[in-house]
Design a protein around this ligand. Structure first.
Ligand code: ADP
Length: 588
């Protein structure tokens, strides 16, 4: 699946065409925006380049999804309107993203477009981390809270780190540090973001290339009163003329700053010291907030490339269990093939890892996943439901005792499962409380006796029979059978058949399940909605697709011939699919 990832920023449009199956970039590029080339124009130009390529979906990076979007979404008019609502909180980022989406939807009208939000990964922030300590009514009115950004990158490097450490992500407490021009820290606890340093906007937290990060709000009052002309000017001051650039008076680029610092430039030295100190403070804070830390991950242009900044950030953290291996740190090199480098010693209790981030790949993966889910929902997944009335299967010996030595099962009607048929022969079940007459034999004869009844039948008979998969009759309940030629007391054979779905291997593949999987079936749309749990999947070449439930279950769901429902299963692959299902046949 080829996914085109488009990242419309405030000053450039970046794009990558990604082959999702092999996780490789086919082509990539950047268009700088100018007075003549806005995001819409840039997107149309780049799509011209791809007119001969197959594009299965487009993934768009959207910076601010507020608390509206917890996951990636397929873009439609309603989604566009919701993204628009967050423009006031991301005035530089959401407008070009919207322009880019609309332009690409015009050119690629038949292709699904997916929005992936920087904020979505932080939708799991607990209240204690998402609230500012201000009047809650005011906060709600203006949607003032901490949203967090860089989510795609934090999520990607956390996944890579878990893979590298060979441990499940949901067992780990990670601190991920995305240190680029924009910089943020994240506490990833059991796979979810529980703290992050950026807040309502990407201005809070770490020192960045040209953004101040954390600052006493009192400073803002002071500047407004005594320095700047208006709020817009202050906005520019804190977003574009602060951070490394403001502190050094030189540049926002760490490479230049490191060179200047090496030749003694005091501003450059100061900016490095403040930058590293702030990151270190956040590491300590997040370790405390999580009650410990299992690994620290550094990424982004600085995290991936600057060994000296990594050293400054991680030094004197031995008390947390982090012991940097200076040699490994100096020689750590990561790229899209070798994504992870360990920079701590073998004895370090807490490993520190440099991980090459790949936000575009993460966006492509999420877009592909969403498209895959949609496709499976569109596939015809209907399953006919058959209600199994009480019936029995007999072995040759028991059949002869009940119907005579020379008797053979007589064909009555074919059943839906190939080769199976109902017989004219019927048997009486003799229980301790009551008898049930006229229970039909199903053919052909089998190697073991198996009598299948419902819970209500058990109650009537006065026998407690176990719920079993078909064929598992060992140690099941005893039952007495009465036929025209004799009576047989069976020590075992009576079961309450477990609900199950017969599937041909082709169907199993279509549904994404395998033999013996347990699935959930929700029957909706009929007179009564109901979920059947623990429905057993049985796969064989001899089967035709059909779900079997017993009469009690059919009554509970009030199924009738017109019943059409949604059958939902959560399969082995964490996949959720809706299946249309309709009752059709009755085995009797
Ligand atoms: P953005 O947030 O814009 O995506 P990046 O993740 O590309 O930013 O990071 C940009 C930062 O990384 C810049 O400050 C740059 O100086 C720094 N950087 C890139 N390469 C190196 C390097 N080899 N050594 C030190 N710093 C580097």
């Amino acid at each position: 699946m080829n996914i085109l990832v488009i990242n419309c920023g405030s000053s450039s449009v970046k794009y990558q065409l990604i082959d999702c199956l092999h996780e490789v970039t086919v082509t990539e590029g950047v268009t700088e925006l100018s007075a003549n080339v806005d995001a819409a124009v840039a997107v149309k130009q780049l799509l011209q380049k791809f007119r001969n390529e197959i594009i299965d979906a487009v993934g768009h990076r959207v910076v601010h999804g507020g608390d509206t979007f917890r996951d990636a979404v397929l873009i439609d008019a309603a989604v566009l309107a919701k993204i628009q609502e967050w423009v006031p909180l991301a005035p530089l980022h959401n407008p070009p993203a919207l322009a880019g989406i609309e332009a690409s939807q015009t050119v690629l009208a038949d292709v699904p477009h997916v929005a992936v939000f920087d904020t979505a990964f932080h939708a799991t922030l607990p209240r204690r981390a998402s609230h500012y300590a201000i009047d809650t009514t005011l906060a709600e009115k203006h949607r003032i809270r901490r949203y967090g950004f860089h989510g795609t990158s934090h999520q990607f490097v956390a996944l890579e780190a878990a893979r590298y450490l060979g441990r499940p992500l949901n067992e780990l407490r990670l601190i991920t540090l995305h240190l680029g021009n924009g910089a943020s820290a994240c506490a990833v606890e059991m796979g979810s973001s529980t703290e992050t340093s950026m807040g309502m906007t990407p201005l809070e937290g770490l020192v960045m290339g040209s953004r101040s990060g954390d600052i006493d709000a009192g400073v803002i009052f002071k500047l407004l009163r005594d320095e700047v002309k208006n709020v817009d000017e202050l906005d520019k001051l804190l977003n574009l003329r602060s951070g490394i650039k403001g502190l050094s008076g030189l540049s926002h680029d760490i490479r230049e700053i490191e060179a200047a610092a090496a030749s003694g430039h005091d501003g450059a030295r100061l900016s490095i010291a403040v930058f590293a100190h702030r990151v270190k403070k956040y590491i300590g804070a997040y370790a405390a907030a999580m009650g410990g830390v299992d690994a620290v991950i550094l990424t982004g242009g600085i995290g991936e490339n600057s060994a000296s900044l990594r050293q400054r950030i991680l030094q004197r953290l031995e008390f947390l269990g982090i012991q940097v291996d200076e040699d490994n740190n100096q020689h750590a090199e990561v790229d899209h093939q070798n994504k992870v480098a360990l920079i701590t010693t073998d004895n370090s209790r807490v490993p520190a890892l440099v991980v090459k981030t790949n936000e575009e790949l993460m966006i492509a993966r999420q877009a592909a996943c969403l498209i895959g889910q949609q496709a499976s929902l569109k596939t015809d997944l209907s399953i006919p439901i058959a209600v199994s009335a009480r019936h029995l299967h007999l072995d040759k010996h028991t059949f002869a005792l009940l119907f005579g030595d020379d008797a053979e099962p007589t064909h009555h009607a074919d059943l839906s499962q190939p080769g199976q048929f109902s017989c004219k022969e019927k048997v009486t079940l003799v229980g301790t409380r009551n008898t049930i007459e006229g229970v039909r034999l199903l053919g052909p004869l089998r190697s073991k006796n198996q009598i299948e009844v419902s819970r209500t039948d058990e109650y009537l008979l006065g026998i407690d029979a176990p719920v079993r998969d078909s064929g598992r009759v060992k140690d099941s309940a005893p039952i007495t059978l009465k036929g025209p030629k004799g009576i047989v007391k069976l020590k075992e054979g009576l079961i309450c058949a477990r609900r199950h779905i017969h599937m041909h291997p082709d169907d199993a593949e279509r549904f994404g399940v395998k033999n013996k999987d347990e699935v959930e079936v929700a029957i909706t749309g009929g007179p009564r909605d109901l979920i059947f749990c623990d429905v057993l999947v049985r796969v064989s070449h001899g089967y035709r697709l059909e779900m079997h439930i017993d009469t009690d279950e059919a009554n509970a769901a009030e199924l009738d011939r017109q019943s059409i429902g949604e059958l939902v299963y959560s399969g082995v692959n964490d996949r959720l699919a809706s299946i249309r299902c309709a009752k059709t046949t009755n085995q009797n």
